[in-house]
Unconditional design. Structure first.
Length: 155
């Protein structure tokens, strides 16, 4: 058997950038609060950048990832279906842009942009029991520590 690499849940020594959409602010504030609490519990440091909406997340995420100052970037947003297909385009382009930011910079960019059909679904994903902000923070820590381990292994 060869080498096995995996991330850790210990965020000590990590710097995480969080990019948050102001659109659907009641939801994104709850995602951010859970992410910050998780990072604090795990010993990570973080900075927060606010953007107007989900389509602006990838640009700022890429800039922060490319800065060299962060081990991972966490994007938080919420797109709720309206009467048209617009929400599908917004969610798809945000996801594509965030994935591209990670590919182009080599820095993990964690996508926690909720794409839901109604406000109740959004609230269910930003609550006390299930919170995608918390899950995103844990993923950022795991990926940040994994990438650090791979660098240390010369990969």
């Amino acid at each position: 058997m060869g080498a096995v690499w995996q991330g850790s849940e210990d965020g000590r020594g990590l710097r995480i950038a969080i990019v948050v959409s102001r659109y659907n602010l009641g939801i994104t504030e709850r995602l951010l609060a859970a992410a910050e609490a998780t990072l604090r519990e795990r010993g990570a440091a973080w900075d927060v950048a606010w953007v107007p909406g989900a389509l602006e997340l990838p640009l700022v995420a890429r800039r922060l990832a490319a800065s060299g100052g962060y081990d991972a970037v966490l994007a938080l947003g919420c797109v709720i279906r309206g009467e048209t297909a617009h929400f599908e385009h917004v969610a798809r382009e945000a996801a594509h842009g965030l994935a591209r930011a990670a590919d182009e910079t080599g820095v993990p960019v964690i996508n926690q942009v909720l794409a839901v059909y109604d406000p109740a679904q959004a609230a269910a994903r930003a609550g006390d029991e299930v919170n995608r902000g918390r899950e995103g923070a844990l993923a950022a820590i795991a990926m940040g520590t994994l990438m650090r381990t791979l660098r240390e292994a010369g990969l």
